[in-house]
Design a protein around this ligand. Structure first.
Ligand code: Q5B
Ligand code: MG
Length: 300
C-alpha cells in the first residue's frame, strides 16, 4: 500500500540546525509544512555526536503538532550517515533527506540501512519516508533514475549552493545558473510522479528577490521550497495557496466539463476561456492544493 504521507502538502520545508537547542525546541510555532532538522553541513564536524543526541531527544520528547519532521543526514562519503539513520529511525523521524545524492544506488543503500534500523527498533517496515537532495551536476543528470529508485522516496530537492560549486559558478540572484537544473529536475520528477522542491534562498535582506524566485518556481511546477528562516514561510504559503478566484474558476471548469461531457459537448468556454478535457486535471490539482492548504471545503 502507498504510504499516506507521500503526497502530503510540502510548500515550505524549513531547515534548522540540530546543534542549536533553541531552534529545535519549538519550530512548529512558525507554521512551516515541514521542518528539516539538519545533521549535515550546518553542524560542525566535532559536534556531530552532540547534534545527534539532541535530535534523538527532540524527536522522542517534543510534540511538533503534526509538522512533518524531516532529518537531513550526512552524505554517504562520511563516517556519520549509518549512525544518523539509526538515530532517526529510533527517534521516529517521518522522513530522511539524503544529502548529496548522485545516483539511484545511493538511495537504495540508504533504504537498506533504514529497513535494518526499522527492524532493529521495532518500527513498522516502510514507515520512514525518503527524499533526495541533488547537489551536483552528476546528480542532476541522474535525476530520473533517482526519482524512480525507491517506493519510499516522495521527492527530490535541488541544493543550489553545492550544485553551483560543482558547476564552477556562484548563486547570482538572477536564477540563470540554476535554470537548467531546475528545468531538468522538475521534468524528471513529474515523469516519475514524485514531488520536486527548490533550493534555499540565503539573502535574508532581499525579500523582493525571494518573492520573485518563489513566483518563478511555482510557475515552473515545483511543489515547494527549502527555507532557512521563518520570515520566508508566509510568502511561500501566499504564493503556493490558490486564490479565491482560482478556486472558483477551477470548480466551474470541473463542473462544466462533467456536465458538457454528459451532453456530448467536448469544447466550450468558461468565463470567456476555451476549455476541453485537457483542463480537467489542472483544475482538480488546484482544488486538491486548496483543500490541503485549508482554504477550500467544497465537495469536489
Ligand atoms: C540564517 C540564520 C542564522 C539567521 O538567524 P537570525 O537569528 O539572524 O534570524 P532572525 O530572523 O533574526 O530570527 C528570528 C527568530 O527566528 C528564529 N529562527 C531563525 N531561523 C530559524 C530556523 N531556521 N528555524 C527555527 N527558528 C529560527 C530565531 O532563533 C529567532 O527566534 P527568537 O530569538 O525567539 O526571536 C537562521 O535563520 C538559521 O540558522 N537558519 C537555518 C540555517 C541552516 O540550517 N542551514 C543549513 C541548510 S542550507 C544548506 O546547507 C545549503 C544547501 O545544502 C541547501 C539545500 O539543500 O537547498 C545547498 O547546498 O544549497
Ligand atoms: Mg548542500
Amino acid at each position: 500500500m502507498t504510504h499516506p504521507d507521500k503526497k502530503r502538502l510540502r510548500r515550505s520545508m524549513m531547515f534548522l540546525n540540530c546543534q542549536k537547542p533553541g531552534l529545535i525546541k519549538d519550530p512548529y510555532i512558525y507554521g512551516a509544512d515541514s521542518i528539516m532538522l539538519d545533521l549535515e553541513d550546518a553542524v560542525a564536524e566535532n559536534q556531530k555526536d552532540a547534534a545527534r543526541y539532541s535530535l534523538f531527544h527532540a524527536l522522542r520528547e517534543i510534540d511538533y503538532h503534526g509538522v512533518e519532521r524531516v532529518v537531513r543526514i550526512n552524505g554517504l562519503d562520511t563516517p556519520h550517515w549509518r549512525e544518523d539513520i539509526r538515530v532517526c529511525v529510533a527517534g521516529g523521524a517521518d522522513t530522511i533527506r539524503i544529502a548529496k545524492t548522485e545516483r539511484a544506488q545511493d538511495v537504495r543503500v540508504v533504504e537498506e540501512a533504514v529497513t535494518a534500523a526499522e527492524e532493529e527498533f521495532g518500527v513498522p517496515v516502510g514507515r520512514t519516508l525518503l527524499m533526495a537532495a541533488i547537489e551536483s551536476t552528476r546528480g542532476v543528470l541522474n535525476a530520473l533514475e533517482i526519482c524512480e529508485s525507491s517506493e519510499r522516496l516522495f521527492g527530490i530537492a535541488l541544493s543550489g549552493g553545492d550544485y553551483t560549486k560543482d558547476l564552477q559558478t556562484v548563486i547570482s540572484g538572477t536564477g540563470v545558473e540554476l535554470a537548467g537544473a531546475r528545468q531538468h529536475m522538475i521534468i524528471a520528477a513529474r515523469a516519475a510522479g514524485v514531488q520536486c522542491f527548490d533550493t534555499v534562498f540565503t539573502n535574508l535582506d532581499d525579500m523582493e528577490g525571494f518573492e520573485r524566485e518563489v513566483r518563478m518556481i511555482k510557475m515552473m511546477g515545483f511543489d515547494g521550497k527549502s527555507l532557512v528562516n521563518p520570515r520566508q514561510i508566509e510568502i511561500v504559503h501566499q504564493i503556493f495557496t490558490p486564490t479565491r478566484k482560482e478556486i472558483i474558476f477551477a470548480e466551474k471548469v470541473v463542473r462544466e466539463i462533467d456536465e458538457k461531457k454528459a451532453q456530448g459537448i467536448g469544447v466550450f468556454t468558461v468565463d470567456g476561456k476555451m476549455i476541453d478535457i485537457a483542463f480537467y486535471d489542472g483544475a482538480m490539482r488546484t482544488l486538491r492544493l486548496a483543500k490541503a492548504s485549508g482554504v477550500y471545503e467544497g465537495d469536489l
